[in-house]
Design a protein around this ligand. Structure first.
Ligand SMILES: [Zn+2]
Ligand SMILES: [Zn+2]
Length: 279
C-alpha cells in the first residue's frame, strides 16, 4: 500500500485514440489512457480508457474504496473503460467523478448517460451500485480532495476541450497533460504555468515534429515529444514521461523515440503499461 510519504503514478493504459493489441504493441501495451496515482497509499484515478478495466480488477480486494476519478475529457478513448471498471458495481464503494472541460454545454452525468445509451450500449450508468457523484468544474479551478490532495487544473487546446492536472502531495508534483495540441513556435502558457518546476510531467506525445510538419493532422488535438521537451525545459520540470502513443506506433518505433527523447532530456521515459514512477 505504500508509506504515508510515497507519491507515485502507475500507467494502466498509455495508448491514444483506440486500443491496439498484438505482437507489435505488446511491450508498451495497447490499452488507452488510465492512470493510478497513489498519494500516501490512497488512490487517485485519471481517465477511464480501456486500461481502467485492469486497474479495477486489482482494486476489487481493496473495498470499501472512497476515491476520486478525474477525466481529462470525454472522448471515447478516455471513457470506454468506465462500464468495465468492476469497483463501480461494489455497493460498499464511493466514487466522485470529475470533469472540467464541458463548459456548461452538458454535465458529465449527461455525457456518460449518452455514451451508455441504447442502442450503442446495453445498460445505463444506473447499473453502477457504488455511491456515485458526478462533479463538473471549470478547467482552471483548483480542487481539493477529502484526502488532502490539491489539484491545480488548466484548459488544454483540444477539440471539445480537455483539462490538464497538476497533483501536489508532500511538496512534490505530478502533471498529467493529455490531449493537447501545440501551436508551433509558441509555448502554451496554460501548460507552462501548470508544469512550472514540476517533478514529473506526463505529456501528449502522439506525434513527432517531423510528422506534424508534414501536415494532415493539424486540428486533431495532439502534440509531439519534441514540444514536450521544449515545454519541460522552459518550465524547469524534472522528468518527462512520453504518453498517448499513436496506435500505429510499434514497440520498436517507441524504443527509438525513447532513445531520442532521453538524449534531449536525460531521465525522460516512454510510458508503458505496468510502469510505476515515484517522485
Ligand atoms: Zn485521447
Ligand atoms: Zn481527445
Amino acid at each position: 500500500m505504500g508509506r504515508e510519504t510515497d507519491f507515485s503514478v502507475r500507467f494502466w493504459g498509455v495508448r491514444g485514440s483506440i486500443s491496439c493489441s498484438g505482437p507489435e504493441t505488446a511491450r508498451y501495451g495497447g490499452n488507452t489512457s488510465s492512470l493510478e496515482m497513489r498519494c500516501g497509499g490512497k488512490p487517485l484515478l485519471f481517465d477511464a480508457g480501456s486500461g481502467l478495466r485492469y486497474l479495477g480488477n486489482g482494486l476489487l480486494s481493496q473495498a470499501p474504496l472512497d476515491t476520486d476519478l478525474f477525466f481529462t475529457h470525454t472522448h471515447f478513448d478516455h471513457v470506454c473503460g468506465l462500464p468495465f471498471f468492476k469497483p463501480l458495481f461494489q455497493p460498499q464503494n464511493r466514487f466522485r467523478i470529475w470533469a472540467g472541460h464541458l463548459g456548461g454545454r452538458m454535465t458529465l452525468k449527461q455525457v456518460l448517460c449518452e455514451f451508455m445509451m441504447s442502442p450503442l450500449f446495453p445498460v445505463p450508468p444506473e447499473v453502477f451500485r457504488a455511491d456515485m457523484s458526478y462533479n463538473d468544474f471549470k478547467a482552471g479551478e483548483t480542487l481539493n480532495t477529502p484526502g488532502g490532495v490539491t489539484l491545480r487544473t488548466a484548459a488544454l487546446n483540444h477539440p471539445d476541450g480537455a483539462t490538464g492536472y497538476r497533483v501536489e502531495y508532500g511538496g512534490r508534483s505530478i502533471c498529467y497533460i493529455t490531449d493537447t495540441e501545440h501551436v508551433p513556435g509558441v509555448l502554451d502558457r496554460n501548460v507552462l504555468g501548470l508544469i512550472d518546476r514540476a517533478d514529473l510531467v506526463i505529456y501528449d506525445c502522439m506525434y513527432t515534429d517531423e510528422e506534424y510538419a508534414r501536415g494532415g493532422i493539424t486540428g486533431f488535438g495532439h502534440s509531439t515529444w519534441q514540444e514536450a521537451v521544449r515545454l519541460c525545459r522552459a518550465a524547469g520540470a524534472g522528468k518527462l514521461a512520453v504518453f498517448h502513443h499513436d496506435p500505429d506506433r510499434s514497440d520498436d518505433a517507441l524504443d527509438a523515440i525513447g532513445a531520442a527523447v532521453a538524449k534531449e532530456m536525460p531521465g525522460a521515459v516512454v510510458a508503458r503499461e505496468g510502469m510505476t514512477l515515484y517522485v
